[in-house]
Design a protein around this ligand. Sequence first.
Ligand SMILES: [Zn+2]
Length: 458
Amino acid sequence: MSNNNLSESVVKSMFVAVQRGYVYRAYPTDEVKKYFLQCFGAGRKMYNLHVDRLYQYLESIDYQIGERIDTKELKNKIPSVAEFKKMFVDSDGNLYLYNVDAFACNEAKQHFYKALNEFNKIAFQKQFKKSALKRKDTMGKELSFRDLKVLPKFHSKKNNNFSYTTFNQNGNIQINENILTLPTAQKSELREVKVKLKLHRGLPKDSLIKNVTVSMNANGEFYVSLCVEFALEITDIEKTTIILGLDYSQSSFFVYSEGKKANYPLFMRQAEERLKQEQKKLSRMDKGSNRWNKQRKKVAKIHIKVANQRKDWLHKKAFTLAKRYDMVILEDLDLRSLSQNPDYAKKQQDNGFGNFRLYLKYKLEQQGKIFLKAPRTFPSTQLCSNCGFKNTKLKGIKNINIREWDCPKCKCHHDRDVNSGINLKQYGEKHIHEKNLLVSYLLKYKGFARLPTVSSTD
Ligand SMILES: [Zn+2]
């Protein structure tokens, strides 16, 4: 295999197949809107049929809490999607599950089993929903498997489960100018599904639409999320010279190894403050009343606005970093376990560091630059970036409040986050050669014969 001899100096760029998500606001006509709602409804129905059969099954086997559910056996007890479709007629006697995109029903089944697998992973933990535990405490209501966390539950219209996904088959999903054409069902009254989109930015050149998710939010606004595949040229940068270590920070989102802080914008906190107020108002109103409904929509609107502002900020920040630096190193934070720590949880969940990491990764890699996570075992917080002394007094979440410290060995004074950023930078400098993206691609895929796929969403 002579390909193994390829080096940076020979190959300057290569194409990789990249999949990426693009979300657009959609403006369906009333007719198409009706069809979309039918698709959402059919998916929900199919999901609920599976949940219903699951509960019947669990009762029939006298399911004991803590056990895994035997999905193989369950599959034998649940009718196929085609069989379910034959069972249901609407008030006019139509087999209405046939009127919608076939994928809407199939996807519901996939989602159901995915949820069930998630449940099986934690079944042994015997975790119950908070609301169920409360009911037990206050009303003495016994807990059953229906109260278990993560076990698939019935989807109701109130839960905002308004979406369905369809896949491109032989080019039946297309986009022309700003009109998206989607497949319909043979038995649907609708002969074609065409939707106008607000294309605030175009799709990459020569991209292929793989699948589309249509969704409706709490305000009744429609969105489509297109997953597209395209060839992206990755160019190698001559030299990796400008390196950044980046430390996650509670108060300012992250801290640069140069000492700067990425200040989380104030406007977002203000919006969050307002959201809190409006939510408080909502909680005081009579549930189901006209005023309550109006207020609920108001709250939903602020939620959407805050989410959009945050996403926009994260993208811009990631873009700026990817433009300026050749390599960025950050710690491989376990965001999930952090979010389970009550002191951390609230803030960490809504500031979107996980998404930021993802945006930064693909924005760097598409320029042939390097994104590196230092392993969890690397003690970036505890090491003195000046002499290398390991200060175990800083270890663990309980010592998170030590913001500044002096190295007992070299007496150097440190800001916790900045020191950690410098350590990450030094880690990156040491491991730079292992991480040349282009070379690692070439070795992995033995040249250009097969295109690797890099997946990401934005
Ligand atoms: Zn020191």
